[in-house]
Design a protein around this ligand. Structure first.
Ligand code: KIV
Length: 273
């Protein structure tokens, strides 16, 4: 592809500027071929630490490493051209201190070429977000249900169902907004809370299980592609049914191999006479 025909990649500032203009579209991606397919349709691709559960079969995201995020980030960068690519900072790579967060985020940006990182946390992470942003690292926040806290919160439960929780999620979102994040993912909360936070913040809110009141939406791509058939959370819509399509393809392949109808003559190299 010539340099002239390449579209300019969206920046975190471009994403931020979409607030109030139109809904922001985002999906997760972890590999080059999937990034290639999703890239033309989204504003940003998130290399989420959900990669641990989606691709590696881990029970939680806690075991995901910086090296895994960098490898998948490089793969997604190779497959995308126009979307802003944001990479999740994994558990243990940023919570210890703002200096640790800077070292990890700088590695992610330098080794992948992506333009921003995402980290989970509310008021307690605001100083870190400000430290990163002031030193050239755009940050996407993540409040509400925070999967990396599964061991202290005890599970994947939506939040904002009582006054105490509502006050906390509002305080968290405002702190990360004031710290300079270019956007904030709100995961797993009720519609009135998402609506209030979205109206209060300078930066756009990106909802996952947080209602249409947010400035944008994100889903785990494997969820919306219907790759998991065992469990479908309420907030997920299957825009395709790939799990049964893949099972059927494997079943058909096995049957044809056993019946010796595959490979056929058209799939077979012959000696030219
Ligand atoms: O890791 C991830 O995929 C995420 C999204 C669910 C927002 O954080």
């Amino acid at each position: 592809m010539s340099v002239q025909s390449q579209k300019r990649r969206l920046s975190p500032a471009n994403i931020e500027a979409l607030k109030g203009e139109r809904p922001i579209v985002s999906l997760t991606a972890y590999t080059t071929p999937i990034a290639r397919l999703l890239d033309p349709h989204v504003d940003f691709l998130l290399v989420g630490d959900s990669v641990g559960m989606v691709l590696y079969g881990l029970d939680t995201t806690v075991g995901v490493t910086l090296e895994m995020m960098i490898a998948h980030g490089q793969a997604v960068m190779r497959g995308s051209q126009q979307a802003c690519v944001v990479i999740d900072m994994p558990f243990g790579s940023y919570q210890e201190s703002k200096e640790q967060a800077y070292r990890s985020a700088a590695r992610i940006l330098k080794e992948t070429g992506c333009s921003a990182v995402k980290l989970e946390g509310g008021a307690e992470m605001a100083e870190t977000v400000e430290f990163l942003v002031n030193r050239g690292i755009p940050v996407l926040g993540h409040v509400g249900l925070m999967p990396q806290l599964v061991n202290t919160t005890g599970g994947y439960r939506s939040v904002g169902r009582n006054d105490k929780e509502v006050a906390k999620i509002r305080r968290d979102a405002k702190a990360i907004d004031d710290a300079g994040a270019f956007g904030i993912v709100i995961e797993g909360t009720v519609e009135p809370v998402a609506r209030e936070i979205t109206a209060e913040l300078r930066s756009p809110t990106i909802g996952i299980g947080a209602s249409p009141a947010c400035d944008g939406q994100i889903l785990v791509s494997d969820d919306m592609l219907g790759l998991f058939n065992d469990f479908k959370p309420r907030f997920v819509k299957h825009f395709a049914e790939l799990a049964p399509a893949i099972s059927k393809a494997a079943e058909d392949y096995a049957a044809e191999v056993k019946a010796r109808t595959f490979p056929g003559i058209e799939h077979t190299f012959q000696v030219k006479k």
